[in-house]
Design a binder for this molecule. Structure first.
Ligand code: FNR
Length: 204
């Protein structure tokens, strides 16, 4: 199987150049809050996708607290999450910042999906991070903690642009629509970069 991988990559690239293969991004947010700015940011991303890409949003609600005793007997929701990650060409994570780090909900979901050892669906995937906070640093510290996790997961993060939404309460309307034009522009650039980065990685 492994030796067929370069051929498969070339075929995907060829189909993609012909416009026959959509690049699939899987997005998830580390907040379960109905009015979450990070969930709203993901919804905004669906409006700003480059041509030839799709974005599916996965809801982390319902992923139980990880217990290593049960990792060989996976919960259905974790199984579903893992297969969505596996099917995706690239990952987009929207994270709030909780106490200068990523929320437990997000870390728990990532930890759950990454197990058991040797069955890590994040392996080799390109990834981009976005964050929104009501504070003046926009979740930047959570982004840098999350980047550290990508090392063990063996993911390939986008470095720039950094989409860090500060004072989020001023950038979305009452319906959760991202109204700030600069943020929309940065988010669009990030999605374009994620798409081109994913295509470059496929050529390897
Ligand atoms: C926060 N918040 C926060 N903000 C920040 O910029 N730095 C931080 O360290 C924290 N810490 C923190 C801890 C906890 C437990 C909560 C509940 C909140 C504020 C947080 O960024 C803000 O509530 C965001 O709006 C949360 O994201 P969602 O739910 O809107 O996506």
């Amino acid at each position: 199987m492994l030796s067929d991988q370069p051929k498969a990559n070339k075929l995907v690239l060829l189909l993609s150049n012909l416009g026959m293969d959509k690049l699939r991004i899987l997005g998830f947010a580390g907040s379960l809050r109905v009015g979450s700015y990070n969930r709203a940011l993901l919804r905004a991303a669906t409006e700003l996708l480059p041509d030839g890409t799709t974005l599916e949003i996965f809801d982390l609600n319902g992923i139980p607290p990880f217990n290593q005793d049960l990792e060989m007997n996976m919960f259905a929701k974790v199984k579903e999450f893992k297969s969505k990650i596996r099917e995706a060409d690239a990952i987009l994570i929207a994270t709030p910042e909780y106490n200068y780090s990523v929320p437990g909900v997000l870390k728990n979901a990532i930890d759950s999906a990454s197990r058991p050892y040797g069955d890590n669906p994040f392996n080799d995937k390109p990834v981009a991070i976005i964050s929104a906070s009501v504070g003046m640093l926009g979740g930047a510290r959570a982004q840098y903690h999350l980047r550290q996790t990508f090392i063990f997961l063996n993911m390939y993060p986008i470095n720039t642009p950094e989409v860090i939404v500060t004072f989020a309460q001023n950038k979305f309307d009452a319906n959760g629509k991202l109204t700030d034009e600069d943020t929309r522009r940065f988010l669009k650039q990030l999605l374009e970069k994620l798409a081109s980065w994913t295509k470059r990685l496929r050529q390897q």
